[in-house]
Design a protein around this ligand. Structure first.
Ligand code: ADP
Ligand code: MG
Length: 400
C-alpha cells in the first residue's frame, strides 16, 4: 500500500477564500439533543485554523440516512447550535445544501465567518456521487477541505466528487489518520503487533489477510477467535462459530507460518451457559483452557492466561494496532480481557493505534483514550485502511 502524502490546509493560501469543509458531524442524537459531541469537538482545530487565517468557512456533513429526501429529523440544526457554542460565534445553518439560501448566505460572508450547509444526504445525488451535484457544491467555494475521515471510504459527492472541481486538501483529522495509521502500515517501527477481535471473522477477512503480510505478531481474540480454535480442531461449545470460514482460518494459519508471523490465539477462555440478556446482566462465568471448552458452554471473553499472554506480547511491541474487543465488553464481567489489552496498550511506550467503533468506544469508556497515540475517528474507514484499500475521500486530494 502506498503511503498517502497529501497537501493539508497549511500548504495552501486560505485568506479571503471560500472554503468548503466536509466534516463528519454524524453525531448521535436523542429527541433532537446531541448525546455525544465528540465528532464536532474533533473538527474544531481545522475550523479554527481556517477561520483564524481569514477564510470564509462553509461546513458540510451528512447526518443519518434520510435517503435523499429532506427530513427535519435529520437536520443539522442541533449541530449548528453546538458549533455556535463551541466557537463562541454564530454559525448559521442554511435552509438548503447548495440552493438559493446557501448561495445567498455564502455571498454575504466576511473573512472568518463560518456557516453550515444542510445535510448533504437530503439530496439523492449525494450518495450517487452525481457530478452535477458535486459541481453545484463546488460552485459555492474556491477550495475544498476534506476532514471527514469517518466517511472517507465512501465515494460520495461531498466526500470525493467535489474534488474534481476544486483544489482539494485534507484537514487536521484526516492528516493525523494518514500520518499515524499510514506510517504504521507502510513503514512500521518493529516489532509490529496487531490485535484483532470483535464478533465475526467474515467482517475482518481482508484485514487478517493484509496484516499477515505486514506484522511480526498477529493476536486474535474476541468472538472471531473461536473459528480459529475450531480450525485447530478444538471443540468450541456454543461459542460464535463461522463454519464456512474454518478453511479460511486454516489458510491464514498456514500463511502466518509461511510469512514467519507469530499468530497468537487464546489459550484459555471465559465461558458461561448463555449470552447475557440483557447484555449487561449479571452473569456467572468460569475459565477453561481453549482445548477443553465444554460442549454446552459459550466463550464470551478471553481467559486470564490469555490476557497475560497477549499483554506480554503487546509490551514487547514498538507499534501496536488494535481493532475489535476481546470479549463482550459491554458486560462488566466479560470486559476483563478487553480491559487487560487496553491497559497493556496504555502502559506501552509503543505507537498505539486503535481503530474500530467498538474498540474505540471501549477505550474511551475505560478511560484509556489519552494514553494512546491515536484513536481512529472512523470505524468502517479505519477497517478499510487496515485492509490496504484505497479510500476515495483521501485519494482525491492533492499530493504534496
Ligand atoms: P469494532 O467495532 O471495534 O470493529 P466489532 O464490531 O467487530 O468491533 O465487534 C464488537 C462486538 O463483538 C461487541 O459488541 C462484542 O460484544 C462482540 N464480541 C466480542 N467477543 C465476543 C464473543 N466471544 N461472543 C460474542 N460476541 C462477542
Ligand atoms: Mg463495531
Amino acid at each position: 500500500m502506498a503511503m498517502y502524502n497529501k497537501k493539508t490546509i497549511e500548504d495552501v493560501a486560505v485568506e479571503g477564500k471560500r472554503v468548503l469543509v466536509r466534516c463528519d458531524f454524524n453525531v448521535p442524537q436523542k429527541d433532537g439533543k446531541i448525546t455525544s459531541d465528540k465528532r464536532i469537538v474533533e473538527a474544531l482545530p481545522t475550523i479554527r485554523y481556517l477561520k483564524d487565517h481569514g477564510a470564509k468557512v462553509i461546513l458540510c456533513s451528512h447526518m443519518g440516512k434520510p435517503k435523499g429526501e429532506v427530513n427535519p429529523k435529520y437536520s443539522l440544526c442541533a449541530v449548528a447550535a453546538r458549533l455556535t457554542e463551541l466557537l463562541g460565534m454564530p454559525v448559521p445553518l442554511c435552509a438548503d445544501i447548495c440552493g438559493p439560501d446557501a448561495k445567498a448566505k455564502v455571498a454575504a460572508m466576511k473573512n472568518g465567518d463560518v456557516i453550515l450547509l444542510e445535510n448533504t444526504r437530503f439530496d439523492k445525488r449525494e450518495e450517487k456521487n452525481d457530478p452535477e451535484f458535486a459541481k453545484e457544491l463546488a460552485s459555492l467555494a474556491d477550495l475544498y477541505v476534506n476532514d471527514a475521515f469517518g466517511a472517507a471510504h465512501r465515494a460520495h459527492a461531498s466526500t470525493a466528487g467535489v474534488a474534481a472541481y476544486l483544489p482539494s486538501v485534507c484537514g487536521y483529522l484526516i492528516q493525523k489518520e494518514i500520518s499515524v495509521m499510514g506510517k504504521a502500515l507502510a513503514d512500521p517501527t518493529r516489532p509490529f503487533v496487531a490485535i484483532l477481535g470483535g464478533a465475526k471473522v467474515s467482517d475482518k477477512l481482508n484485514v487478517i489477510e493484509n496484516l499477515l503480510s505486514k506484522v511480526d505478531t498477529l493476536i486474535i481474540g474476541g468472538g472471531m477467535a473461536y473459528t480459529f480454535l475450531a480450525a485447530k480442531g478444538y471443540g468450541v461449545g456454543t461459542s460464535l462459530l463461522d463454519k464456512e470460514k474454518i478453511d479460511y482460518c486454516k489458510d491464514m494459519m498456514a500463511k502466518a507460518e509461511k510469512n514467519g508471523v507469530k499468530l497468537l490465539l487464546p489459550v484459555d477462555t471465559t465461558v458461561a451457559d448463555a449470552f447475557p440478556d440483557p447484555i449487561d446482566a449479571p452473569i456467572e462465568v468460569s475459565y477453561v483452557d481453549s482445548e477443553n471448552i465444554p460442549a454446552d458452554k459459550m466463550g464470551l471473553d478471553i481467559g486470564p492466561k490469555t490476557a497475560k499472554l497477549f499483554s506480554d506480547a503487546i509490551m514487547q511491541a514498538k507499534t501496536v494496532v488494535w481493532n475489535g474487543p476481546m470479549g463482550v465488553f459491554e458486560n462488566p464481567t466479560l470486559a476483563k480481557g478487553t480491559i487487560a489489552v487496553a491497559q497493556a496498550l496504555a502502559a506501552s511506550s509503543a505507537i498505539t493505534i486503535v481503530g474500530g467503533g467498538d474498540s474505540a468506544a471501549a477505550c474511551e469508556q475505560l478511560g484509556f483514550a489519552d494514553k494512546l497515540t491515536h484513536i481512529s475517528t472512523g470505524g468502517g474507514a479505519s477497517l478499510e485502511f487496515l485492509e490496504g484499500r484505497e479510500l476515495p475521500g483521501i485519494a482525491c486530494l492533492a499530493d504534496r
